[in-house]
Design a binder for this molecule. Structure first.
Ligand SMILES: C[C@@]1(CC(=O)O)C2=NC(=C\c3[nH]c(c(CCC(=O)O)c3CC(=O)O)Cc3[nH]c(c(CC(=O)O)c3CCC(=O)O)/C=C3\N/C(=C\2)[C@@H](CCC(=O)O)[C@]3(C)CC(=O)O)/[C@H]1CCC(=O)O
Ligand SMILES: NC(=O)c1ccc[n+]([C@@H]2O[C@H](COP(=O)([O-])OP(=O)(O)OC[C@H]3O[C@@H](n4cnc5c(N)ncnc54)[C@H](O)[C@@H]3O)[C@@H](O)[C@H]2O)c1
Length: 278
């Protein structure tokens, strides 16, 4: 039977774009540009910023002064020569015509472009973002309701357990130490490594993972990976350290959060159906 793809439409491709050391041109220096700068700096890219000094937002000024990763030009956009070497173009200016012009020029050069607030001139949209690095969560309403994206972000932020970023960081350290012991890509060793990592993540609570350090990571690898088993957190983390942690009910938070959003989605569908019957 052919797959039903009728509902696979109307969304975006949400990806974690790797921009390290790429060149991003930002045109405009207001509040929106400041938020674009923050997002691009997080991605370790270099920024060329073109905007007259007189229109710079305080936050933009602070970013310019704080890092050599921003090359600042105190002027308005000059023309196609400003697009030279750009891997991405973002405009955040209060001049719709100029924005459209810049967009046309960059699209001619096949440079991915976002024009703040003008969806037809965007090759990609920005979303509302939870930033608890290395965790990032992007919320997109696919252009339907940016303010709602902001409000949904707040709800997700409130539902995330404290210290979740530490757990992710420590899992990253564990994975890289495991790779030193079991290197390579593909093949049986790789399968075994992935299986073991999956079992550790499934078995351990986030708050226990967050307590890992260099010594306990080695212990987990010695007692676990080397012996083809997954030890309990109690075996690896000293009792006193576990006793000192705040017990976060992550196992409860996940179903509650998922339940909440399923509820919101069902209500929205019901309201929409009622509305369309009138
Ligand atoms: C999420 C966020 C990220 C960011 O920009 O960083 C973002 N807009 C945010 C806020 C916001 N923007 C607007 C309001 C006023 C209230 C309202 O209109 O709802 C507020 C609310 C506020 O400021 O709180 C006005 C607005 N925005 C767009 C239009 C044009 C249109 O709809 O046609 C208009 C109407 C202009 C008009 O009416 O004239 C278009 C876009 N805005 C997007 C992103 C993309 C789709 C995002 C998605 O799919 O959800 C998209 C398509 C393109 C883009 O810009 O990338 C950020 C919240 C960050 C946060 O706080 O967490
Ligand atoms: N997507 C969003 O989240 C969102 C939210 C609010 C506003 N906006 C829209 O984004 C745009 C920017 O918003 P803002 O609040 O940062 O505006 P702003 O007026 O504070 O800043 C505009 C900036 O663009 C600069 N500028 C104007 N023309 C220029 C040119 N030709 N070359 C270089 N720089 C130029 C100005 O000097 C100023 O720094 C507006 O169109 C606004 O409607 C988008």
């Amino acid at each position: 039977m052919p797959a039903d793809v009728s509902k696979l439409s109307g969304g975006s491709l949400i990806i974690a774009w790797q921009l390290k050391d790429k060149n991003v041109l930002i045109v405009g220096g207001g509040e929106v540009a400041a938020s674009r700068i923050e997002n691009i700096l997080i991605a370790d890219a270099r920024i060329t910023l073109i905007a007259p000094r007189s229109g710079l937002h305080l936050q933009t000024k602070e970013y310019i002064g704080a890092t050599s990763r921003i090359t600042y030009h105190d002027r308005t956009f000059a023309g196609p020569e400003d697009l030279e070497g750009a891997d991405m173009v973002l405009t955040a200016i209060d001049d719709v015509e100029k924005s459209r012009e810049i967009c046309a020029m960059s699209r001619e050069r096949k440079i991915p472009t976002n024009v703040a607030d003008i969806p037809p001139n965007c090759d990609f949209y920005f979303g509302s973002q939870v930033k608890r690095l290395p965790l990032q969560i992007m919320i997109s309403t696919n252009g339907k309701g940016p303010r709602l994206a902001h409000l949904i972000r707040k709800k997700i932020e409130d539902s995330l357990p404290e210290g979740i970023e530490n757990a992710i960081e420590k899992v990253g350290e564990l994975r890289s130490k495991l790779r030193e012991r079991a290197p390579g890509v593909g093949g049986d060793l790789s399968k075994k490594r992935m299986g073991w990592m999956t079992d550790v993540c499934n078995t351990w609570e986030l708050e226990d993972l967050a307590l890992l350090n260099e010594t306990t990571i080695d212990k987990l690898l010695n007692e676990g990976w080397e012996k083809d088993r997954v030890p309990n957190a109690e075996e690896v983390i000293p009792k006193a350290k576990r006793a000192g942690q705040i017990q976060l009910p992550f196992s409860l938070l996940v179903p509650i959060t998922v339940g909440f959003f399923v509820g919101v989605a069902c209500t929205a569908v019901a309201v929409h159906r009622l509305g369309s019957r009138r």
